[in-house]
Design a protein around this ligand. Structure first.
Ligand code: ZN
Length: 175
């Protein structure tokens, strides 16, 4: 496994539509392994193949809705499609390809995704809250769509600072 370089907004690769994965071969497995490592290192909740320069329909999402004491885990989605979406959530969203910027984006509260695993088997997975947001955000990447085109507005530097301070205060309380 190896970390890959995450492309930053402005790179034309991020605005291209990705092709379906057709070969479920060792090359795909290496890509997914590398995406897992890259995502873990970046402390993100999702990463799409085009963000590491590969124009194929593959994403990795961190499932953060786990019971207390259980480990968060990554879900690999190959050729994913949203087959159900319900509810609505409006909140701040960011992207590993757009560092230090956050925007207000409305997403479904719950989605069901149909995808293939790394061996080509179809499965369905559901996401709530942040996980639903991550599924939508990563699937948008496969269409060459960045969250900044969907944000109703971007957070101001003052709002960002306030959010960071609130987070720091919370971390202190928890420590
Ligand atoms: Zn992103």
């Amino acid at each position: 496994m190896a970390q890959r370089n995450i492309l930053i907004q402005g790179d034309p690769t991020l605005e291209k539509r990705c092709r379906p994965v057709t070969d479920f071969n060792p090359r795909l497995h290496t890509l997914l392994d590398d995406m897992r490592e890259t995502l873990a290192h970046a402390n993100g909740v999702g990463l799409a193949a085009p963000q590491v320069g590969v124009l194929r329909r593959a994403v990795v999402v961190l499932e953060t809705n786990v019971d207390e004491g259980e480990e968060e885990y990554m879900i690999e989605l190959v050729n994913p499609e949203i087959i159900e979406a319900d509810g609505e959530q409006t909140g701040a969203e960011g992207c590993l390809s757009i560092p230090n910027e956050y925007g207000i984006v409305t997403r479904p509260e719950h989605v069901k995704v149909r995808a293939q695993d790394r061996f080509g088997s179809f499965f369905e997975v559901e996401g709530e809250g942040l996980t639903a947001r991550a599924f939508c955000h990563e699937l948008d990447h496969l269409e060459g769509t960045l969250f900044t085109t969907k944000a109703t507005r971007m957070l101001t530097p003052e709002e960002l600072q306030a959010a960071e301070e609130a987070q720091a205060a919370q971390a202190t309380e928890e420590a």
